[in-house]
Design a binder for this molecule. Structure first.
Ligand SMILES: Cc1cc2nc3c(=O)[nH]c(=O)nc-3n(C[C@H](O)[C@H](O)[C@H](O)COP(=O)(O)O)c2cc1C
Length: 256
């Protein structure tokens, strides 16, 4: 693999869940967000709210809410005498991408300054979290919290976490037929990598099984693929509350 300072920074980034008390300067904050803005965009369908008022997750000194924002687009189109006719589904799909690329640019800009970060994804499954953030920050209609992001100077240092092997991710010309052995090989890379770091043991995180099946996993064998299976095999089954929360934010995914 080629290396240069940028690639090294990308390869060494990891989510940070313990921070020192050191605050970010205004210049650091503005540099990070300005660099975030320089990400590719479909229509700059995002805005970023920040707060330094605690308590903030993982003891971080600063907290961002990255929002999909159609409000400002509507405002300027109105000034030009236009109404949006594009469906909210398309606007949300594009807005999610605009906001995500911008957020990741922020993460990497911060990383290059020695500032760590961690995303928090509660809004993707919790209508209550969407409502709480919208209320707290006075979000207008057509602004939807997409993800939360905390940042600060790291007070922990671990090796980067594993990823699927490239051969399980990058396919030339045609999506391959994956055998169970191919899948198992990728699972092993992930599980062995997380176990080697004692990732779940250190965080003392183990999702409980809710359906009565037996659970004989310990931190010696509970790893990433079991964790993820327990998450998406048990959580957030119904979309109803989220769809209602989207509606409350002024987005409708259904034909009227
Ligand atoms: C959309 C999204 C939501 C996330 N939500 C959480 C979260 O709620 N809590 C948390 O501790 N980490 C969260 N993370 C961080 C991931 O757990 C982390 O990126 C992943 O385990 C890979 O580890 P790494 O970032 O250290 O490489 C989230 C990341 C993303 C992209």
């Amino acid at each position: 693999m080629i290396t240069n300072p940028m690639i090294e920074t990308l390869m060494n980034r990891k989510s940070v869940r313990k921070y020192t008390d050191r605050k970010l300067s205004t210049e650091e904050l503005e540099t990070i967000v300005r660099a975030g803005q320089q990400a590719p965009f479909a229509s700059q369908l995002y805005s970023v709210i920040y707060s330094t008022e605690g308590p903030i997750a993982f003891g971080a000194p600063i907290w961002f809410v990255i929002c999909v924002d159609v409000h400002r687009l509507e405002r300027f189109m109105k000034l030009r005498g236009w109404d949006i006719v594009t469906s909210d589904l398309t606007l949300l799909l594009l807005g999610m991408q605009d906001a995500a690329y911008m957020a990741e640019n922020m993460v990497m800009a911060a990383e290059s300054l020695g500032i760590g970060s961690c995303f928090l994804g509660a809004v993707s499954s919790s209508a209550a979290r969407i409502e709480a953030l919208s209320e707290r920050f006075g979000l207008p209609d057509r602004v939807l919290p997409m993800v939360e992001l905390v940042m600060g100077y790291p007070d922990e240092d671990f090796p980067p976490r594993p990823r699927y092997p490239l051969a399980f991710t990058l396919f030339e010309n045609r999506y391959p037929e994956l055998s169970d052995d191919d899948v198992k090989e990728a699972m092993k890379v992930m599980d062995d990598g997380y176990l080697k770091q004692g990732y779940y043991r250190r965080q003392n995180v183990k999702i409980q099984v809710e359906d009565g099946r037996s659970d004989d996993y310990t931190f010696d064998n509970y790893s990433w693929t079991e964790h993820i299976s327990r998450k998406w095999g048990q959580w957030a089954r119904s979309p109803d509350e989220l769809l209602d929360a989207l509606k409350d934010r002024g987005f409708s995914l259904f034909k009227d």
